[in-house]
Write a protein that binds this ligand. Structure first.
Ligand code: ATP
Length: 221
C-alpha cells in the first residue's frame, strides 16, 4: 500500500495551535505516515515575515518536540529563492519516490489557489486536502469551482490508489486562531499563552519576539 505523506507549508510567523491540531487531525483521519511542516523562506503572496527564518524554524522545532507524526522540513529555507510549492513538490518526489503526497491547505489558502505559481500543476504532483477554517466561506471563484469539480472525494483510500489530483475536504477541530491575530495581540502587550504551544510561548517571551522591541535574531530573510 502506498505511503501517504502530508505537507503543510506556511509562513508560521509564528506556528500556533491551529496549525498543529489541524495537521494532527488530518494525520489521524487519513492514516498519514507523517505531516511535514514546511516554513517558507520568501513567501510569494505576502510581505516579509515579522520574524526571521531561523527563528521561525526554531519555534516550529519546539512546537513539534515529542510528536513523531509531525516533522519539520526546512527545504524551502535552504533554497535561496521565492518558495514556490510546485518546486517543493518536485523536490519531495525525489526524496520520497512512490509516496503519495497530500498538500494540506486551510480553506483560505485553498480559495486563493488560482493565484499560485503554476497552480494547475500542483494536482499533477499531489492530492489536495482542504481543512476548513472558522468563518471562511467556500470558494466562489468559478475557475476554482470548475477545476475542483470531478476531483472531490471523501474516501482516503482513493488517495492511496491514485497518484495525485484528488481533492478531499477534511473536517478538523475548529480553532479560530491565526498568526496575524497572535502578532497583533503580542504587539499590544497581551499574552499568547494557550494560543501557542507552551515551549513556543516561552521562547517568544525570552526573545521578546513580536513585541516590536526584539533584537535582531540573526537570520537571513
Ligand atoms: P497569517 O494570519 O499571518 O496569515 P496563518 O495563521 O494563516 O497566518 P500560515 O502560516 O499562513 O498561518 O498558514 C499555513 C497554513 O495553515 C495555511 O494553509 C493556513 O490556511 C493553515 N492554517 C492556519 N491556521 C489555521 C487554523 N486555525 N485552522 C486550520 N488551518 C490553518
Amino acid at each position: 500500500m502506498s505511503r501517504l505523506l502530508g505537507i503543510l507549508g506556511g509562513t508560521f510567523d509564528p506556528v500556533h495551535v491551529g496549525h498543529l491540531r489541524s495537521a494532527l487531525d488530518v494525520c489521524e483521519a487519513g492514516g498519514l505516515e507523517q505531516v511535514r511542516l514546511m516554513p517558507c523562506h520568501i513567501p510569494p503572496h505576502r510581505g516579509t515575515p515579522a520574524v526571521d527564518a531561523r527563528m521561525r524554524l526554531e519555534l516550529l522545532r519546539l512546537a513539534i518536540d515529542g510528536e513523531h507524526q509531525l516533522v519539520v522540513d526546512d527545504r524551502e529555507l535552504r533554497r535561496d529563492a521565492v518558495s514556490y510549492t510546485v518546486d517543493t513538490l518536485h523536490s519531495l518526489h525525489l526524496d520520497f519516490p512512490g509516496a503519495r503526497l497530500c498538500l494540506l491547505l486551510g480553506s483560505d489558502s485553498f480559495n486563493s489557489l488560482p493565484s499560485w505559481h503554476r497552480w494547475r500543476e500542483l494536482a499533477e504532483l499531489a492530492h489536495i486536502v482542504v481543512m476548513q477554517r472558522p468563518h471562511v466561506a467556500a470558494a466562489d471563484d468559478p475557475v476554482l469551482q470548475n477545476w475542483a469539480r470531478g476531483r472531490v472525494t471523501d474516501d482516503w483510500s482513493a488517495l492511496r490508489q491514485e497518484a495525485a489530483g484528488l481533492v478531499l475536504y477534511q473536517p478538523v477541530t475548529q480553532l479560530e486562531v491565526s498568526a496575524s491575530m497572535i502578532r497583533e495581540r503580542l504587539a499590544a502587550g497581551r499574552s499568547g499563552r494557550y494560543l501557542l504551544p507552551d515551549a513556543v510561548w516561552q521562547s517568544v517571551q525570552s526573545h521578546r519576539l513580536y513585541s516590536g522591541e526584539q533584537a535582531t535574531t540573526g537570520g537571513n530573510d
